[in-house]
Design a protein around this ligand. Structure first.
Ligand code: C2O
Ligand code: CU
Ligand code: CU
Length: 490
């Protein structure tokens, strides 16, 4: 069977999708190491970022139409330091209005890069972005109202690692491209010619767009990397539009050291971790004990499988990244025990309570309004939060700077990832239960399904009516379709 026939066969059997087999037969691609822009030692002049249309080979020999940021696909990896101010010049060359949002950064609304900081085609946006927070893995992506899903899928995304004095001197692997790797995980669909495609139907809106092929740093999985003997650090971003990914190791457990907003109190061992779109986790892999190991990803994480998925081979983990030893001695430190000072969240600090209901079927009247308010739902009905689809000139919540609040989020159907701009929060409960230990540190994403999730949050920066913050479902098609709201902090 040649590759084309194989693809058609798998594409025809819809029940087989989700296994990531489509273009994955050619194994042994090298892990693409994202080009790094390491600014921790200083910044000279302004930092140009060019958003451009491009062509990119995901590793199957076909050139796909993509967007890239200074690259053919995705952006550079920024490594910056707490205390710096980042003078970006963001040039929009994609031929359509766009924005670039700094997901996870504690910054004022006017430099947040949300839907209000539009960059017209051909224009340049020059925010000075202050880095005030502690060491953490953050990212950036398009946040153009109604177009976030497509622009991000096409490649407008990248990672920003923040370091601080403690993280730079920590006894952890941090030699980039040697024992410290950043992985951007995404799911894609490729057409019969091997080109990346993105098609929306009513059903796609229900679940959000789900591709059948796993891609790591813009290369079709599995990818391989040889590493020295010792600990290896993987900083992982789920940049899928809609898929929850379940991550596990081929040998041993997953050792998690950091979540969205920084280090955990101590390393956590988990059999697997469930990552929603938008989430980040850092893990350590012991490459002294094992000569080879692999990071496995189940594309149907959070789905719970089901008879048909299991019968037809869906809901099975696939290999994302294989690590092999070079035999050279590498990072010789031990698995860390204590990582950060992190007191348990104290809900008695909260003086304000808010609640949010995420809604999927809001009826024809609201669907018409959603459309008029530039939400994009394809042929599907609109989505909403608290009975309102997103509207650019309506402020939904007003928050007082410095108040500690409890946000309660609920949904009737499906599993959704809820995100809040301008902060890191702590999860008090996730879908009615204590969050897994690896999700008990600083977060800006929380899963919501069958019951309330609650987060304890405080906002320390201003977001005015002209530049409000967003809260939304991070299934990007849901966000575009109206499952988003806005708030000010003053
Ligand atoms: Cu990652 Cu409002 O976004
Ligand atoms: Cu964000
Ligand atoms: Cu959603």
């Amino acid at each position: 069977m040649d590759r084309r026939t194989f693809l058609r066969t798998t594409a025809a059997g819809a029940l087989v999708s989700g296994t990531g087999l489509a273009w994955a037969q050619t194994t042994g691609r090298a892990l693409p190491v994202l080009p790094i822009s390491d600014l921790t030692k200083g910044i000279e002049g302004r930092i140009p970022l060019a958003l451009n249309p491009s062509k990119h080979d995901f590793g199957n020999g076909a050139l796909s139409d993509t967007f890239g940021i200074n690259n053919s696909y995705l952006g550079p990896l920024f490594r910056v330091k707490q205390g710096q101010t980042l003078p970006f010049d963001i040039m929009n060359g994609i031929g359509d209005t766009s924005t670039l949002h700094w997901h996870g950064l504690h910054i004022p609304g006017d430099v947040d890069g949300g839907p209000h900081q539009e960059i017209a085609p051909g224009a340049t946006w020059s925010p000075d972005v202050p880095v005030v927070q502690h060491a953490s893995m953050n990212w950036f992506h398009s946040h153009m109202h109604g177009k976030t899903a497509r622009q991000t899928y096409n490649g407008l995304a990248g990672v920003m690692l923040i370091e601080d004095d403690a993280s730079l001197s920590a006894d952890l692997p941090q030699t980039y491209g040697v024992d410290d790797f950043t992985l951007i995980l995404q799911d894609k669909t490729f057409d019969g010619n091997g080109r990346m495609s993105y098609e929306l139907t009513g059903e796609v809106f229900e679940n959000g767009f789900e591709g059948d092929t796993l891609v790591v740093n813009g290369a079709i999985a599995p990818v391989t990397q040889a590493v020295p003997t010792g600990l290896v650090r993987l900083r992982i971003l789920n940049a899928c539009n809609a898929r929850f990914l379940e991550l596990s190791m081929a040998a041993g457990s997953v050792t998690v050291i950091a979540s969205d907003g920084g280090f955990l109190a101590s390393a956590v061992e988990a059999e697997s971790i469930l990552m929603s779109p938008g989430e980040r986790y850092e893990v350590l892999v012991d490459m002294a004990t094992f000569e080879a190991n692999a990071l496995n990803v189940n594309l149907d994480g959070g789905d719970g499988g089901g008879f048909f998925a299991n019968l037809f081979g869906g809901n099975q983990p696939i290999t994302a990244l294989t690590l092999t030893q070079t035999g050279v001695a590498g990072f010789s430190g031990a698995m860390p025990t204590r990582l950060a000072n992190l007191a348990p969240p104290d809900r008695s600090n909260a003086t304000v309570n808010r609640s949010f209901q995420m809604q999927m079927d809001v009826g024809a009247d609201l669907a018409a309004l959603a459309l008029a308010w530039d939400n994009f739902c394809g042929n599907a009905g609109a989505m909403a939060i608290n009975g309102q689809p997103m509207k650019m000139d309506r402020i939904d919540e007003t928050v007082r700077k410095g108040d500690t609040e409890i946000w309660r989020i609920n949904v009737d159907e499906q599993l959704h990832p809820f995100h809040i701009h301008g902060c890191s929060f702590r999860i008090l409960s996730q879908s009615g239960a204590t969050p897994p230990s690896y999700a008990q540190g600083w977060k800006d994403m929380v899963h919501v399904q069958d019951g309330w999730s609650e987060v304890l949050v405080k906002f320390d920066y201003e977001a005015t009516v002209d530049a409000p913050y967003m809260y939304h479902c991070h299934i990007l098609e849901h966000e575009d379709c109206g499952m988003m709201g806005q708030f000010t902090v003053t």
